[in-house]
Design a binder for this molecule. Structure first.
Ligand code: LFR
Length: 489
């Protein structure tokens, strides 16, 4: 085995990045070569992704990356672009936070009851699941003209290679995949009126996904051939693959715009109890199941920051968090799992209103609001970790926090306090690392074994452990606050 460099394209809701990973049999070094903003654009009342700007960012990044053995692409889930008969993109992909899917779950329930939908897909209810987006688009001229549907990372891969495919981990977020067969569910597709012929063939992490097109080589200055390798193209799948766990007894929280909190399982949990608890069975790399719940995540704070800025009182992040850290713990909390916080805008006010409705004090100013958000996230983390263990009938003794939230020390500490378990924080760039690791395995640079990757990451990354401290409320206070949030669900 010899060392090699791989490029990971990792597109997130607020920024895209291209990273290179230099990988040897016992080393993995990640370097960010390009980061570019991802700014959604509203036109004609619809919120879109600026997909061409993102693709340009990818090309700029690949130019800066220099020679690589392969490229892998991951991004957020559920969203897609439609291609016409000539393979041309029909309009800009719509953002999952757009309101177009309102009422769509109710409509699908008329042909397929939620209990059956869950038994077939194991997917948690999120208003923006692809199946509901397609429901909202059903009478559109675009869908009528469409001959292919490509999920976002598959669309970028298509533009890089000219080859079309549907990567499985991300396909599992469409609500059209059966997690038992790891294949399309004809039952759900028929009930929802989705022609599965729109989807190019499934491919799995590690599969070959084409080679960079001559025009891409020109634009990036790279010498061909450069293969593109399918990775866990759902960013959360890549992030979970990079959880540096030492044993199987761990829960994870992939933090960033969202918090995705749960367990890695060998089999899906499709019980009615699991459906009511709104747990999802998304597919992971190596035939695993990501049994988790979506929690609003740092989006709540990002949106508050944006509101304060546009109201003319911009806040600086570090001082704000310091101030938040010194506030009374658990004074006001909201349910950070509630889809009412999904849409952008007026976040501090909406948080205040949710507190008032629950009979709790309205948070006091930006620091009070930030504290309310972090306490609320910690409680939602606890509820997810607790529920996942009960529903999947397993136990964990550590919580791994990966993703952007690793940098937020207060959030990590509060999560340890809320869960009553040690939190191991890191890596922040888990999605890019998981992306690189799957490529390195496919190209024979490291052994083809998920456990090996995790051990390698554990041995080489700077990780920080937070023990439950009791400094931010006693175990009883956390239990009480968590019970109150649960009771309001
Ligand atoms: C995180 C994420 C979540 C998914 C959400 C929307 O970046 O991929 O897993 O539920 O974005 O696609």
């Amino acid at each position: 085995r010899t060392a090699a460099r791989f490029a990971a394209v990792d597109l997130g809701a607020s920024s895209g990045r291209v990273m290179t990973g230099a990988v040897g049999p016992d080393s993995l070094e990640l370097r960010e070569v390009h980061r570019f903003p991802n700014r959604p654009v509203r036109t004609g009342g619809t919120l879109h992704w600026d997909i061409l700007a993102l693709h340009q960012g990818v090309l700029d990044g690949l130019r800066r990356a220099g020679p690589v053995a392969s490229v892998g692409v991951d991004s957020w889930a559920v969203d897609y672009g439609l291609l016409d008969a000539d393979g041309v993109l029909l309009g800009n992909p719509v953002h999952y936070r757009d309101a177009r899917t309102e009422g769509m779950a109710g409509r699908l329930a008329e042909t397929l009851p939620p209990q059956e939908l869950y038994a077939h897909t194991g997917l948690q209810y999120l208003p923006f699941n692809t199946v509901y987006q397609l429901g909202a688009a059903r009478d559109s001229a675009q869908l009528a003209a469409a001959r292919a549907l490509l999920l976002i990372p598959d669309l970028i891969s298509y533009w890089l290679t000219g080859v079309r495919g549907t990567e499985l981990t991300n396909a599992s977020t469409t609500q059209l995949i059966d997690p038992r067969t790891r294949d399309w569910s004809q039952t759900v597709a028929e009930a929802a009126g989705v022609p599965l012929s729109l989807f190019p063939p499934l491919r799995r992490p590690g599969d070959a996904a084409g080679e960079l097109l001559p025009e891409v080589l020109d634009e990036t200055g790279l010498d061909g051939p450069v293969p593109v390798t399918a990775v866990g193209s759902h960013d959360t799948a890549s992030a979970v693959a990079a959880v540096p766990a030492r044993s199987g007894r761990f829960a994870y929280i992939a933090t960033g715009t969202w918090s995705l909190a749960g367990l890695e399982l060998a089999e899906p949990v499709l019980t009615e109890e699991s459906r009511r608890a709104n747990f999802t069975n998304e597919l992971g790399v190596d035939g695993t199941v990501r049994y988790l719940r979506n929690i609003m995540g740092l989006w709540l704070l990002q949106e508050c920051m944006r509101s304060w800025e546009s109201a003319g009182s911009p806040q600086e992040f570090e001082p704000l968090l310091r101030d938040a850290g010194s506030r009374t713990p658990l004074r006001s909390v909201v349910d950070a799992g509630d889809p009412e916080f999904l849409a952008p805008g007026r976040m501090p006010q909406r948080i205040g209103e949710a507190c008032r409705r629950a009979g709790r004090p309205v948070p006091d100013g930006p620091a009070g609001t930030a504290r309310c958000v972090l306490d609320s996230l910690a409680i939602a983390h606890r509820l997810a970790v607790e529920d996942a263990q009960r529903l999947a009938d397993t136990e964990v003794d550590v919580v791994h926090v990966v993703g952007g939230g690793v940098h937020n020390e207060l959030l990590c500490q509060l999560t340890a306090d809320a869960c009553g378990l040690p939190v191991v924080a890191g890596p922040a760039e888990a999605a890019a690392l998981g992306n690189v690791a799957v490529q390195a395995r496919a190209h024979g640079v490291i052994g083809d074994d998920a456990g090996l990757v995790r051990r390698l990451l554990y041995d080489t990354l700077p990780l920080r452990t937070y023990q439950p401290s009791g400094d931010h409320g006693s175990p009883q206070e956390w239990a009480g606050a968590a019970a109150a949030v649960r009771a309001g669900r």
